[in-house]
Ligand binder design. Structure first.
Ligand code: ZN
Length: 701
């Protein structure tokens, strides 16, 4: 009797029965799964119901892998998503669930399912009746029951949350405690009896008082090999205290926790959907400022720091962050850092960020974000930005010369011609598929309706052909999307004109560095930097927007000659030139013409060569080699010793007179022997003067 009424429901047609029936079984929590076994059995009974509707048992599929997952969102509920997919593929004729709206408690999911079912002509059934989502009244009914179901869930949530809040307001809600505190058996809160835990936490607060920086505290703890006590809230309570290596985040966590200031706080974080990570079970949250904490009961239990110090610490932490972010105030930032945001680290593939260094913060530096300083380890790499920027700029302007652009436009023309050939191929293919489908339809139409067996198989052929049409259209559209955009003749001229204008535009005073950055992003996808591949060089790879890449080397300007790529060659050359009795100034001039680079950028000077010789202990080569200085040089000038003997005084007095200008002489370079000009008359005069002075001194004494 029952089966009669069911199978004669006029909404179920053979078209529905030709497809599959899906039974969707779901309980929303593991508890429900355990305690409502009978309900699960009831849901399995739906399978029977499907057979009564006329589906053979083997064509009824049960989807039950969502058991124990809440229906509030379809994320992570593979069963529900499978159901959606099956409906979308046109495989389903009927979807059964115990309580239709249980299919999804989230309205969006529910409406997506209704929409799909009505599109694909799928019926929905529960324990009581059948709905046709394509029919207006049924749709209304289903929509309403979905809304009711969601509203019910919302009410439950609100009631739970309100209960929790009221309990918290009385300070009775047991909140998780950090490692330094524990719950007594009576529910009150006290210090963790583990003295090591207590002492370590007191040390953190004391050190912060002294150092005023979480990072500095972290470095101190690491340096002294002192781990921090933590209480990770994983798994069921009680949560044990574990010891973890200190890092900045953990230090901050301790400093910012109001529980250590003796306060009972509820609502330190609030949910923020924007923070939610895709694929993560955790809801995204954002920290709430202390003045907005919904419940904050001070002096609720023993404290490690008093409230005022706690608040002062928080302010200090905020200040530290601000100072780091804004840099030293009043410092102008000159470096434009063109590649900001598109630089990757060639060593660890992370995105690099921008930092300013130098005495005035003028020099932009690309820094790898694998900044291990939070754990006290060295940084991955830092690359000075200006030289790299300049080189990239040069390469871009080179790539965008009118010749290069003309070549590119010509290549585009060739691609277009090939596209036209391919387009013709696609047209033929699409026509053929449509024709095949049309023919299958005609064959189906031609068969007598009584000849069901033949009609059914022809129908299947027809459907298959239609699907093939869809597939080819789909492939064709995908191909179209992949093709480069075709450009018109006027576009072509404009592009060529732009190429001619670019260097002028680029260097115009009205062009801001933001404009330049924008141009760079149009041409370049990203740049990868690595300066540790070869000493003294930065390697970089440009990924152009066209999809091609190019590799480049750039000699670095380095901090010291120890990092200088050419230092061995440079030293060798200085020794050589010095050996040829070249003066420091001359050596500098020669090195500059030989395209040697200094470590810091500017050209070599005599003074720099003198410094380098001192550092590398390259002694001045004397005019007379290793011999002692002769009294007179071949050009008739005196040496210091020669002049001293000629006048009858000590060499020290000669040096003194040279310094004071009483004698004139020259030195080819610092450290070289003096060549003193002294005429015989001058020598006689000076000698007489010295003798007079000595005599008067003698008489006086
Ligand atoms: Zn890195």
């Amino acid at each position: 009797m029952l089966s009669m009424t069911l199978s004669t429901d006029e909404r179920i047609t053979n078209a529905h029965r030709a497809k599959l029936a899906y039974v969707y079984v779901r309980q929303s929590s593991p508890g429900q799964v355990r305690h409502h076994q009978e309900s699960t059995e009831l849901q399995y009974r739906l399978v029977e119901r499907a057979t009564l509707f006329g589906w053979p048992r083997e064509r009824v599929h049960v989807i039950d892998d969502d058991l124990g997952k809440s229906g509030a969102s379809s994320r992570d509920r593979h069963g529900f998503q499978t159901l959606i997919a099956e409906v979308g593929l046109g495989k389903a004729g009927l979807v059964l669930s115990l309580d239709a709206s249980r299919l999804a408690r989230n309205n969006r999911d529910w409406h997506q399912l209704l929409e799909l079912c009505s599109l694909f002509g799928v019926l929905i059934a529960d324990g009581e009746r059948i709905y046709d989502p394509a029919a207006y009244h049924d749709r209304l009914l289903l929509g309403l029951s979905g809304i009711m179901s969601e509203a019910e869930l919302h009410q439950i949530k609100i009631r739970l949350h309100q209960g929790e809040r009221q309990k918290a307001a009385r300070g009775e809600l047991r909140l998780p405690l950090p490692a330094g505190l524990i719950h007594n058996r009576d529910g009150s809160v006290t210090f963790n009896p583990d003295e090591e835990v207590q002492e370590r936490l007191r040390l953190v607060f004391a050190k912060f008082r002294e150092l005023r920086s979480a990072k500095a505290v972290m470095r101190y703890l690491r340096g002294s090999n002192l781990p921090l006590p933590m209480r990770p809230l994983l798994g069921p309570a009680p949560h044990d205290v574990v010891w973890r290596v200190a890092d900045s985040a953990r230090v901050v966590q301790i400093l910012k926790n109001p529980a250590y200031a003796g306060a009972y706080v509820y609502g330190r974080r609030r949910p923020d959907p924007l923070r939610r990570q895709p694929g993560s079970e955790r809801i995204g949250t954002v920290a709430v400022a202390p003045e907005d904490w919904s419940i904050c009961l001070k002096d609720a239990h023993p404290a490690y720091v008093d409230w005022d110090e706690f608040m002062a610490n928080r302010r200090q932490l905020v200040d530290n962050v601000n100072r780091y972010d804004t840099g030293r105030p009043g410092v102008p930032r000159k470096g434009p850092a063109l590649l900001q945001g598109i630089v990757n680290c060639g060593r660890c593939a992370r995105r690099m960020c921008l930092r300013y260094s130098g005495p005035n913060g003028d020099y932009p530096v690309y820094v790898c974000v694998a900044d291990n300083s939070a754990e006290g380890r060295p940084k991955c790499q830092e690359v000075r930005a200006l030289a790299v920027d300049a080189e990239v700029e040069r390469l871009i302007l080179e790539a965008l010369t009118p010749d290069q652009i003309a070549l590119a436009v010509a290549a585009l023309g060739e691609i277009e011609a090939e596209n036209r050939t391919m387009e013709r191929q696609w047209t033929l293919k699409r026509e053929r598929a449509r024709y095949d489908a049309e023919r299958a339809r005609r064959q189906y139409d031609a068969v007598e309706p009584e000849n069901r067996l033949v009609a059914r198989s022809l129908e299947r052929v027809w459907e298959e052909r239609l699907r093939r049409v869809d597939q080819i259209e789909h492939e064709y559209n995908a191909w179209r999307r992949e093709q480069a955009v075709t450009i018109s003749e006027s576009d072509r001229q404009e592009i060529l004109g732009l190429g001619a204008d670019l260097p002028r535009l680029w260097n115009a005073t009205t062009t801001t560095s933001a404009d330049r950055k924008q141009i760079i992003r149009l041409v370049i996808k990203e740049v990868t930097l690595d300066q540790k591949r070869r000493r003294g060089y930065v390697w970089f790879r440009i990924a152009w927007q066209t999809g091609s890449t190019s590799d480049h080397w750039l000699q670095r300007t380095v901090q010291s000659y120890a990092q200088h790529a050419d230092q061995d060659r440079l030293r060798q050359r200085i020794i050589e030139l010095n050996g040829q009795q070249k003066m420091d100034g001359e050596i500098a001039y020669i090195l500059n013409t030989e395209a040697f680079h200094t470590a810091h950028g500017p050209a070599f000077s005599g003074g720099m060569i003198h410094q380098l010789r001192k550092r590398w202990q390259i002694a001045t080569v004397k005019i007379n080699g290793k011999e002692a200085n002769p009294p007179r040089w071949p050009d008739g000038t005196y040496s210091v010793q020669g002049a001293a003997a000629a006048i009858g005084i000590t060499p020290q007095i000669i040096f003194d007179w040279l310094r004071r200008g009483r004698l004139s002489g020259k030195q080819l370079a610092k450290g070289m022997p003096w060549q003193i000009r002294l005429t015989p008359e001058q020598a006689i005069e000076l000698r007489a003067k010295v003798r007079r002075t000595n005599r008067s001194k003698g008489e006086a004494s």
